[in-house]
Design a protein around this ligand. Structure first.
Ligand SMILES: [Zn+2]
Length: 84
């Protein structure tokens, strides 16, 4: 499962603006979690959300954790919600 945080400025320590995730199996995307705005959430709220995503995908795909090297930081200008 790849976690995709959208951060202002794309910096590692910037506040998370929105969060999306997807699961790939053998290079194919098999599941997507639609992006949600997380601005104003504290770390605990983010953790809870991430855990709930994981547990729903775990039952289907056996996903137990995020591949950390696959975390992508994307500038807020690429936020799919703001660009709708
Ligand atoms: Zn946005």
């Amino acid at each position: 499962m790849t976690q995709v945080p959208y951060r202002n400025g794309g910096a590692k320590d910037a506040p998370v603006h929105a969060l999306a995730a997807y699961v790939t199996v053998d290079g194919k995307t098999v599941a997507k979690i639609e992006p949600v705005h997380t601005q104003g959430w504290n770390k605990k709220q983010l953790d809870i959300y991430v855990r709930s995503c994981l547990s729903s995908l775990h039952s289907k795909y056996g996903t137990t954790s995020f591949a950390e090297k696959e975390v992508l930081d994307i500038s807020v200008h690429s936020c799919p919600i703001c660009n709708q």
